[in-house]
Design a protein around this ligand. Structure first.
Ligand code: C5P
Length: 286
């Protein structure tokens, strides 16, 4: 195997996120669709004589090598299971904004498990890594395979779905981030019963992009709008600029807009760039 090993860790959007109810364990029962996009972090894995080292050049806040980030947690869980497999330097290059609703930390964690499995030739594969992924966070199991998938439970139960058609996207991330627990805990989420997921899946089989764009739904959106009103404005501007649909990503605060073409996505992006704000032109990936 050529070393150092390099892996892309893609971000995600959720075209549908339904909050079905509150669970006794403090989590929320969800029905949601995941879709990976062509915006990614990069991880490299290099053998060392011994020990675990982590580097994240130019690390944004919240990614320090202090044991609190999900790459280190994932590596510690993996190496705890295989204590005889020692010696790795993991380098993370961040492109996905932190606390943005794009699943960057979860994707990095899944990529860490997949990278260590490959490097140490433990042969676990996505199925064998699932239990470790579930311990790391609700979104982590999805990123073991990526693509298009349905999530249930707290989001960790994954059913792969046929790929969606490629969709051009504009992502707008306000300067401020939002911690996921604050959004779920705000008391402002809208509860639904699974009908939005069913409708989206039906339309994705039978109809075109504009129908899909009209069926986007996120039950956390009212909570994100309440905590950070700028997100409501971003959604409105995206729609005014001709986006076919726009929605808060996961718990936010990033908002994605569906464009008609790559050129359309670029022209919307140009108009929404402001100091402090991060704007990306990207696409869904299978
Ligand atoms: O699973 P994860 O660690 O990513 O979740 C972070 C937080 O988000 C949880 O502690 C909880 O407050 C909230 N959450 C939730 N219901 C979910 C997923 C996350 O309430 N299904």
């Amino acid at each position: 195997m050529p070393l150092p090993l390099t892996r892309k860790a893609p971000a995600k959007i959720n075209p549908v996120l339904e909050v079905l109810g509150k669970r006794p364990d403090g989590y929320h029962e969800l029905s949601l669709l995941f879709q990976t996009i062509d915006l990614h972090d990069l991880l490299t894995f290099e053998p060392l004589a011994e020990g675990l080292r982590f580097e994240c050049p130019g690390a944004p806040e919240g990614i320090g090598p202090d044991g609190s980030n999900l790459v280190l947690k994932a590596a510690e869980i993996f190496l705890g299971k295989y204590p005889q497999k020692k010696g790795v330097l993991i380098r993370l290059t961040k492109n996905i904004p932190v606390a943005a609703g794009l699943g960057g930390g979860s994707s990095d964690a899944a990529s860490t498990l997949l990278g260590l499995d490959q490097m140490f030739e433990t042969g676990l594969g996505p199925e064998g890594l699932r239990e470790m992924a579930e311990r790391l966070g609700s979104d982590v199991p999805f990123f073991l395979r990526g693509g298009t998938a349905l999530g249930t439970g707290r989001g960790e139960k994954i059913t792969p779905l046929p790929s969606m058609p490629g969709i051009d996207l504009v992502l707008v991330k306000p300067e401020q981030g939002l911690p996921t627990p604050a959004v779920y805990g705000s008391g402002k989420a809208r509860f639904t019963g699974g009908e939005c997921t069913r409708q989206f899946l039906e339309l994705s089989r039978e109809k075109g992009l504009s129908y899909l764009a009209g069926s986007l739904f996120n039950g956390l959106e009212p909570a994100t709008f309440a905590l950070l009103p700028e997100t409501w404005n971003i959604k409105r501007w995206l729609l005014e600029m001709g986006a076919l649909g726009a929605l808060v990503c996961g718990s936010g605060p990033t908002v994605f807009g569906i464009a008609r073409s790559p050129d359309h996505a670029r022209s919307i992006a140009e108009k929404l760039r402001l100091p402090g704000r991060r704007v990306f032109v990207t696409r869904t990936i299978a």
